[in-house]
Design a protein around this ligand. Structure first.
Ligand code: KIV
Ligand code: ZN
Length: 521
């Protein structure tokens, strides 16, 4: 058996379909580029039949990303499979992923199908998928709660029909490490034709066991792990890519298995996803949280100074964090900025470099020293921003405690159609005044659920990052903005949400209803 584990990334499918993580086509393409640089083997780019927007995103990724296998998900029915097949058609390397539920609960209550009917549908789906690509993956949804002997029969039929990857999902995050090792051992040794297929684990994190279960599946013979950056995905999420990749690397002595992941790109890709979706990471998140390599207590610091290995099992450099945190200043040129960006894992096009450089010069004028976190914030700001239709032209706020005066915001916005509009408004607080002014100008009536702003570096002139959560028409959205000015960062985060809503409305206007079959999953 090979000692290479394939990494099947589902950030853009299972991850993206989770509430609060939706991305538009441009954002998905940026993430796909980062995933390809990260070295994942397969990118599941979306569920092509879900909407015209999803179809277009999969197709664009299939056209643009040439070094990685691009995959689309489909249920075992002709409409889904044709949409997925057409969407992946431009890819140099493609895969079609078909699935049907096999557990008694799903058969009886969801599908209302007999055991034989499920097998028939699976075989027909695989047969049709093979008309589009010879790389077909088959998933038995809710495999973990499926009767073992029946699961074996389904998998044998799928392999006989031509599927070359067999995915055994723990759809509801129910299994345990011991149980899943045993199941994979059973399937990889007892199934007829098992030697001709790669067995894959797809674990959800409902009991916080997704990474442990994926590693345990590998012990039982799985040679593909399905995972998502930052562990995003349905409900509690999927197996976290960065955790499983670093576990296999750090404990190579135990597993003796390799992945093709370029771990030095992990920090970059993780931060880009957090920025694009507006979902900050918990400080204590394994591998990529702000505290993952921080050593605060005296005892730990003492040990670290004597020998880093006393408290560090991985080096920050392993995931692309720079230990020297070289400082740039207003005299640093384009080449120095490009070099620093590359060290941090970001490959910038000439246009991106130019635009980040302009922001960098403005920032360097305000700050004496520009740190890595500042540079990252600028690059990520570039990655999320620029997607319009609105941008802030100017913003001025007066606040304070004199008399009974309420804080007042004067906001001016540009629209991509050429309009510039402004207004002044008073409210109980300065942030409130800014957000109400933006509602008035754009005609939205968003409700601010929560916001937080924090500095990304130290000192009085630090860059601030603001994260907000707002709701509108029963849906909730996340936004993020950066600036040296906290109120401006918050305003940018708010406008980020308004822009997302307007871009989405434009897509829906073109017939893109968001994930009509997400509940299928
Ligand atoms: O969790 C699951 O079962 C899935 C399948 C569609 C692979 O995401
Ligand atoms: Zn899933």
């Amino acid at each position: 058996m090979t000692n290479k584990i394939k990494i099947f990334d589902t950030t853009l499918r299972d991850g993206e379909q989770a509430p609060g993580f939706s991305m538009d086509g441009g954002q998905k393409l940026r993430m796909a580029r980062a995933l390809s640089e990260l070295g994942v083997d397969i990118i599941e780019a979306g569920f092509a039949v879900a909407s015209p927007g999803d179809f277009e995103a999969v197709q664009t990724i299939a056209r643009e990303i040439t070094g990685t296998t691009i995959c689309s998900l489909a249920r075992c029915n002709p409409g889904d499979i044709r949409a997925a097949g057409d969407a992946i058609a431009p890819a140099k390397k493609s895969r079609l992923h078909v699935f049907i539920a096999t557990s008694p609960l799903h058969r009886e209550y969801k599908l209302k199908m007999s055991k034989d009917q499920v097998i028939e549908k699976a075989v027909a789906g695989i047969t049709l998928a093979l008309e589009y690509t010879d790389n077909v993956e088959f998933s038995c949804e809710d495999a973990i709660r499926t009767e073992r002997d029946y699961l074996k029969t389904v998998v044998e039929a799928a392999i006989a029909a031509g599927a070359t990857t067999i995915n055994i999902p723990d759809t509801v995050g129910y299994t345990t490490p011991e149980e899943i090792t045993d199941l994979f051992r059973f399937l990889t040794t007892e199934v007829d034709g098992a030697a001709g297929a790669v067995f894959s684990a797809h674990c959800h994190d409902d009991l916080g066991l997704a990474v442990a279960n994926s590693l345990a599946a590998v012990r039982g013979g799985a040679r593909q792990i399905e995972c998502a950056l930052n562990g995003i995905g349905e409900r509690a999420g999927n197996c976290a890519l960065e955790e499983v990749a670093m576990a296999l690397r750090t404990r190579n002595d135990f597993y003796g298995l390799d992945t093709g992941i370029n771990t030095q790109k992990i920090s970059m890709a993780s931060k880009m996803l957090a920025s694009i979706t507006g979902n900050p990471l918990a400080r204590n998140k394994a591998i990529v949280g702000a505290n993952a390599f921080a050593h605060e207590s005296g005892i730990h610091q003492h040990g670290m100074l004597a020998n880093r290995e006393t408290y560090e099992i991985m080096k920050p450099e392993d995931i692309g964090l720079e230990p020297d945190n070289l400082v740039l200043g207003k005299h640093s040129g384009r080449a120095a900025l490009k070099h620093r960006a590359e060290k941090l894992g970001f490959t910038l096009s000439d246009n991106q470099l130019q635009s980040v450089f302009v922001d960098f010069k403005t920032l360097a004028d305000k700050k004496k020293e520009v740190f890595d976190a500042d540079v990252e914030a600028l690059i990520l700001g570039e990655a999320i921003g620029g997607a319009g239709p609105w941008e802030i032209d100017s913003l001025y706020v007066s606040a304070g405690s004199q008399g009974n005066e309420n804080p007042e915001a004067t906001v001016c916005l540009n629209h991509e159609d050429g309009r510039t509009i402004g207004t002044s408004l008073k409210a109980g607080g300065p942030v409130n005044a800014v957000l109400l002014a933006m509602n008035k100008l754009t005609g939205h009536n968003l409700h601010l659920d929560s916001f937080s702003a924090r500095s990304v570096t130290e000192g009085e002139d630090a860059m601030a990052e603001a994260d907000i959560r707002v709701s509108a028409n029963g849906e909730s959205y996340n936004g993020r903005g950066t600036s040296t000015d906290t109120i401006l960062a918050t305003a940018r985060a708010y406008l980020d949400v308004i822009n997302r809503i307007e871009r989405r409305a434009k897509r829906v206007g073109k017939g893109d209803s968001q994930h009509p079959i997400a509940a299928q999953h």
